[in-house]
Design a protein around this ligand. Structure first.
Ligand SMILES: [Zn+2]
Length: 424
């Protein structure tokens, strides 16, 4: 039985209260900030959210009291696009990158994804587990309490299953909850270079096995020039849909192939990357309420253009932000840096950035009924930041502002932070 918990006198309590639905366009600015707020938690669930001294009536002999003065509280972040489980790392590609080789050129030389495929095949379950656990620890320390994790570094059944089983075990054992995505169509294995149709057939054959073993909720495809075409992406995603998978798509990362429109047509939960998405397709995403999941740290690391997040929000899209943590295009778990980039490089307002990593991130993994806002009945996934206000969190970049992280009402991270409490 968990102790009841009350966090009181919170200087800035950002609740994101409202509908449990994708917040689109101007609605992304409505985050609700309560000053001198409190949150009452019972059995890991939020029982009351308000301001002032009213929390005192909830105190019993077993209540744990936490003073939130001088602190900012946000819902735990949702990182809704990662390639968490993989073997090896790719620091040797840094020099090739500096010499001007493109991502696709590195891929064509047997580097890139295919290099990680080798490393992932060679790694044991335990090696993958320990490596991914370290990354989850870093994510948690930075305020992330829910993560989406994709397979896609096996490109054959056994290794894809191994990756998904690692994610499943970690979701059970680690404080972070993991939502799994099958991404057999992440790259074309070199042995199928002259027989792509055969590999597509293999991926489609993997789908019912993944489903029967309850290893993934979503299916995702890398729809990109030189990877999988629009037609090939549709073939895989529609096969997955028939089996009951929810859908995601890597779309328009480098070349606009029509992936965003396909996401609308098939009812994808999210379309991800969207760096090259044309105006008409942005409007399509807004109309169909497909989450526009943007990954600015990948643009930063690849020295590429940023997705037009400002234009998307101004056209009524619901934007989420994720790390895209992976060993190639984005080897960083730090979602706070992603948030700072979205503000500086995509011109998102701090309020929009917060919406993008909380309630809209929850929508990108269809968990908006349980997480993504600080409201009665939701999980007490809460983060306290040692910052004087919301803007400061975004403005003071490149460092970790998290003080404490609570997962379902339990303290799971406590960082060394100096807190300057105001005189009361
Ligand atoms: Zn990705």
């Amino acid at each position: 039985m968990k102790n009841d918990l009350i966090i009181f006198h919170i200087s800035h309590l950002v609740t994101l209260s409202g509908e449990n639905a994708l917040r689109c366009g101007k609605d992304m600015r409505n985050i609700e900030i309560i000053k001198n707020g409190y949150v009452v938690i019972k059995d890991g669930i939020i029982e009351e959210v308000s301001s002032g001294e009213g929390y005192q009536e909830y105190i019993t002999e077993k209540t744990q009291l936490v003073d939130g003065s001088g602190l900012l509280m946000l819902p735990g972040f949702v990182d809704s696009h990662t390639h968490l489980v993989h073997g090896g790392s790719r620091e040797h590609e840094l020099k090739m990158k500096l010499e001007g080789y493109s991502y696709l050129e590195i891929l064509n030389q047997g580097g890139g994804i295919l290099n990680t495929v080798k490393g992932t095949k060679a790694a044991s379950f335990n090696e993958l587990y320990e490596k991914a656990k370290k990354s989850l620890d870093i994510m948690l320390t930075h305020g992330v309490t829910t993560v989406e994790a994709k397979s896609g570094y096996g490109l054959e059944l056994d290794t894809e299953v191994k990756q998904l089983e690692v994610a499943k075990a970690l979701s059970k054992n680690h404080p972070i909850d993991i939502v799994s995505t099958f991404m057999g169509a992440h790259a074309l294995p070199s042995e199928y270079r002259n027989n792509k149709a055969e590999y597509l057939k293999k991926v489609i054959e993997m789908l019912p096995i993944i489903k029967a073993n309850d290893l993934a909720d979503y299916c995702d495809v890398f729809c990109e020039e030189g990877v999988f075409s629009l037609e090939e992406s549709e073939l895989i995603l529609s096969s997955a849909k028939r089996l009951g998978f929810k859908l995601k798509i890597h779309a328009d990362e480098m070349v606009a192939l029509g992936g965003a429109t396909l996401a609308c047509k098939l009812g994808c939960t999210s379309a991800d990357h969207l760096m090259a998405t044309p105006d008409e397709e942005i409007k399509c995403l807004a109309k169909h309420k497909v989450v526009a999941n943007l990954l600015p740290a990948t643009s930063f690391n690849l020295n590429k253009a940023y997705a037009r997040g400002r234009v998307m929000i101004d056209n009524g899209c619901g934007v989420s932000l994720s790390s895209d943590y992976n060993p190639g295009s984005c080897p960083s778990e730090n979602l706070q840096f992603v948030m700072q980039l979205a503000c500086l490089k995509m011109k998102l307002l701090p309020e929009e950035v917060i919406t993008a990593v909380t309630i809209n991130g929850a929508c990108a993994v269809n968990k908006e009924e349980q997480i993504g806002s600080i409201e009665v009945g939701k999980y007490a996934d809460l983060v306290l930041f040692a910052v004087p206000n919301l803007e400061y969190l975004i403005y003071h970049f490149g460092v970790n502002h998290v003080k404490d992280v609570y997962k379902r009402g339990e303290l799971v991270v406590s960082n060394q932070q100096t807190v300057y409490r105001e005189e009361k």
